[in-house]
Write a protein that binds this ligand. Sequence first.
Ligand SMILES: [Zn+2]
Length: 504
Amino acid sequence: MSLYRKYRPQTFNEIIGQEHIVQTLRGAIESDQIGHAYVFAGMRGTGKTSIARIFAKAINCQDKKNGEPCGACRICKEMTQGSFLDLIEIDAASNRGIDDIRDLREKIKFSPNVGKYKIYIIDEVHMLTSDAFNALLKTLEEPPAHAIFILATTEIHKIPATILSRCQRFDFHKIESEKMFNSIKEITKKENIKIDEADLKKIISLSEGSLRDALSSLDQLNSFSGGAISSETLEDILGYSKEEQLLEILKLIQSENIGKIISFTDGLINDGKDMESFLKNLIIFLRKLLILKIDNKIQSDFSNSEKAAEIANGFSLEQIVRLADVLNSVVKNSKFSFLPQLVFELEMIKFISFSGKIDFPTKKENPNIAGKIVNEIKNVLKTNSKQESEERIEKSKEEEIKETGGKDGWNLFLEKMKNEKMILYMALQGCEYENFNETVRVNIYNSFYFDRLNEKQNLAFINNLFEEFFGKEKRIIIQKGEKEKIKTDTISDALKVFGGELVE
Ligand SMILES: [Zn+2]
């Protein structure tokens, strides 16, 4: 049996973290004020299903004390064994359709078999189809007195507001590293698993607040190494990258030294390291740097906090977010690439060259790689210009659009820019423009992009292309959107990139 299942908490007392939720639920049980529908939201492995099951057990238990199930009565025993008939668990990821919910609606009216309540736990509820949601809503509007719903989800934003408004909502937090450490440490003692505290901390930091992930990593390492987990095994199996390595690559990116970045990735590959794991570790590490940058009072477990602070200070907030964004797409794209390393290198060139300076490897430094990169860039350019000629809109149509300008004109210009300078295209797309007369004003909300676009050579390039494209009388002015917008954009970008809450 997996460690996660073996040590699954059976009472509220055994739950790690989520005190705010446990307290409220126990209070509701003690005062017998139980709602009909709850939504449990939060990332995977934070205890949503465990708490839902304990809650289901406690409200049906024949001998509950202080809101806790007794664990000894018939109902508690059946629940623990998983044979209790009035607890119905539905996995919406595999039963997402209308038929399953119809079936639920049919059966829900029948009284519970043994307990006082019939409990429906719908896991990953956001996966339901909209028809299924509508059917569920009808049940939630007039639930039978004996029915209780617990809807669990990792993606609360996908649940219709009509459903949410009928539920009591609980937001599950990531489990704090220290609590997770103490709890897993206990488990390693009981299971007689030998692992260094520092290594255990690494496992926990990779799990990003998910107890389930941390325990399955421990499981995996344990079964591989037969009871004594070494740092080497950890690095091999989990692909955990040493902090020094992560700091080193970030330092190279900061110093815009492409030659050394390429030598560095070569070194990784030669050491047999997996590029994908390395990049994922780098993304997690950037998140830690981001938090350090936002609030340096928040405790982080860097092994070299001085160096980490130095690197964090060398980046702007936006640069960290953008870099993490770029790395995320590298992870996605490199799955389809025969040479993931190259995808990373090319993206780093783009990232660095955007800040205006580009440091190509000199022949002296590494002649082969320099040639490889130059050829690759030539190929990319060739493909782009080929696409341009293939996709060229009929001459007359294009002239017409140029004449009228407006949205079509702008989009056509962006297409042109895409072929000419991908990086500027990326900065310009998604921005707003006003006034398509002699002067076109472009509102840029992202201040990083704003600064880059206003750099002399970039501005000149845009204006030249614009004049060439639309005729001499037009000019483009890059102006800054309002300050408020920049802030929310950056933070929502950060949330998107890192997928979740930044700081609790
Ligand atoms: Zn009981």
